[in-house]
Write a protein that binds this ligand. Structure first.
Ligand SMILES: [Zn+2]
Length: 192
């Protein structure tokens, strides 16, 4: 039973079942993406297709897999293991906060360069914090020293230096403080 096409208005909009074929953009290797045993709607007149969110996600997952890129939940896991907010993570990576959020929610796919950056960040977040401080040595030297000597620091004022977050945006400074607090707590646990 055909209904009215939302694009061209022809009474030719029908439900289809079977194998959905999707031609990915050139940066996705492996040719046509095939999703068997699914459903979608399309116009027999103008060719417009309407697919479900689930089918869209299946295509997206396959495109990521072929390109070897981190999935949204993997990006989120990298960030959460550092205790950073989305905004602070974007700041440290050197990307726009909106772009970063879209990668984490799956609304867009990070390119390979940013995928590498996120993976490296996940393996050694403190190295990236150091880069930030190297870039602004005048303002951030205290923070760099603090991070470098964290294992040696004792006493209740151990967060005092980090609290002077220089010119970092307040949300970033707060995330760093939280992260440093976690490191300090872990240090206590290791010593205890
Ligand atoms: Zn149509």
């Amino acid at each position: 039973m055909a209904t009215e096409c939302p694009i061209c208005g022809a009474m030719a909009f029908v439900r289809r079942q079977g194998e959905f074929r999707f031609e990915p953009p050139p940066n996705v290797p492996g040719g046509t993406i095939l999703v068997p045993g699914t459903e979608w709607e399309e116009c027999e007149e103008c060719g417009e297709q309407v697919i479900s969110h689930a089918l869209d996600q299946a295509i997206e997952r396959e495109a990521r897999r072929r390109r070897g890129l981190l999935a949204p939940q993997e990006i989120k896991a990298v960030r959460e293991q550092t205790g950073l907010s989305q905004e602070a993570m974007a700041q440290l990576l050197g990307v726009g906060a909106k772009s970063y959020t879209r990668w984490e929610t799956g609304k867009s796919i990070q390119n390979k360069a940013n995928d590498n950056l996120i993976r490296l960040f996940g393996r050694n977040a403190d190295k990236l914090l150091h880069l930030e401080t190297e870039r602004r040595p005048d303002r951030q030297k205290e923070l760099a020293d603090y991070i470098a000597h964290l294992p040696e620091l004792k006493g209740e004022n151990r967060l005092a230096i980090a609290a002077h977050g220089g010119d970092l945006p307040s949300t970033v400074a707060e995330s760093l403080r939280r992260r440093l607090r976690q490191l300090a707590d872990r240090q206590d646990a290791d010593e205890g």
